[in-house]
Design a protein. Structure first.
Length: 211
């Protein structure tokens, strides 16, 4: 099985960074797995916008590409290649200011392509194109967003679920959420330890291909 592990936190002491490291440690030596990593902060990923559309325009008209054209088109292709090769994609990401990091959003923007990850039916309905792929979410958030009064403010895990499980049709086979360690500092060590144990267990299920 081909596994793509996406790291979306550049804080060395970040909890989702520890989740990424724990997962990788528990799957990287599994002989039946081909594990690749993609660090959204280490990759050269220009933000998605007019530069990308300008590059597409010059490409379509055989115009002379600029350096930015080359950068953004190469970055998009690299993200698509990594995503295409994976049977299972694992995202380790934090909730920052109620949503996902901008660099993770850029990765998603690169692969959110009609005809690739989704399409439209003749009637205009969205049709997912990635039902054969699986996905796991490893999410850290300092508050307790599973509480009913806070759930509506989570636009990180909910967004990932809607994009990958909904728009792309991928099978969400596991989720591990570490939350409340900032809201409850006296319990932080216990919360994080228990969460990382869950991450290790999720990785073990992947290593033994029980997902």
């Amino acid at each position: 099985m081909n596994v793509l592990l996406v790291k979306a936190n550049n804080r060395p002491d970040g909890i989702s960074t520890k989740m990424y490291e724990t997962f990788l440690e528990n799957v990287q030596d599994a002989g039946a797995l081909n594990v690749q990593t993609y660090d959204v902060f280490e990759e050269d990923t220009p933000y998605f916008g007019q530069d990308f559309f300008d590059a597409l325009g010059r490409l379509a008209t055989d115009g002379e590409p600029t350096e930015m054209d080359r950068r953004v088109l190469a970055a998009k292709q690299k993200a698509k290649d990594a995503f295409s090769a994976a049977d299972l994609v694992v995202f380790a990401f934090p909730l920052w200011n109620l949503t996902i990091p901008a660099k993770l959003q850029t990765f998603i923007d690169y692969i959110a392509e009609a005809g690739y990850t989704f399409k439209y039916s003749p009637e205009g309905a969205l049709v997912p194109l990635m039902p054969e792929k699986k996905v796991i979410f490893l999410n850290a958030r300092g508050g307790v967003y599973s509480a009913p009064e806070m759930a509506g403010m989570d636009m990180a895990l909910t967004y990932m679920q809607n994009i990958f499980g909904g728009l792309y049709g991928m099978d969400i086979v596991d989720e591990v959420v570490i939350e409340g360690h900032n809201a409850n500092p006296d319990q932080a060590e216990e919360i994080i330890e228990a969460g990382l144990k869950e991450v290790a267990e999720a990785a073990s299920r992947v290593a033994y291909q029980k997902v």
